[in-house]
Design a binder for this molecule. Sequence first.
Ligand SMILES: [Zn+2]
Length: 246
Amino acid sequence: MTTPIDNVRNWIAGAHRVVALTGAGISTDSGIPDFRGPQGLWTKNPLAEKMSDIRYYVSDPEVRKLSWQNRLASPAWTARPNNGHLALAALEKCGKLHALITQNIDGLHQRAGIPAEVHGTLHQAMCLSCGWRDDMQIVLARVRAGEHDPECTECGGILKSDTISFGQALVPEVIDRAIQVAQECDVLLAVGSTLQVYPVAGAVPLAKQAGAKLVILNAQPTQFDDIADAVLNTSIGEALPFLCGT
Ligand SMILES: [Zn+2]
């Protein structure tokens, strides 16, 4: 008898175009906490949710000061891709991965060799006023040297990480691309995401309508479990290498 996980492995083995959607759950094995899980950043520290909201960030210097301290201490600087990231990278290498859409800003997919940026990257800093961008480490060095809320050296504007915060719009081309690839795939593999945030949340039903097999691999239930062809609530780090045949 084949189990659901065997079925999914067969679907991926037979697929020409797999689209992967990933969320924070894929990076927890790399030591990066998620947001809403039991050990999540927002569960343990409600102020952290404020730091992710552009309105508080712009209006409150204290929120920015805390944000810079958090960035300094981020586990992302030393984290390494785990077996989940590597499995998707292997899928990309063999030509099956049509696209990877990620909500993560930790840069771990990129470190594993896949270009993927929807919500931006923590590894780059940007100015909210003039659009200046540079390596985050350059700004963090200023924080380490005693600047609590470093200003843009070009225009004096507010700096933050080059990531999409709540209250900020995603780049329209990125949304269009996500919607397009979702409609072109034979398997949509949603990994480690509660699928609540757009464009990811919008791409899921579109892929299903266009005929793709919908596979959800996540510790917690999602709003799309009912329409999924397979729901796997198992360990991502163990399941993904098996599913990708690596
Ligand atoms: Zn500036």
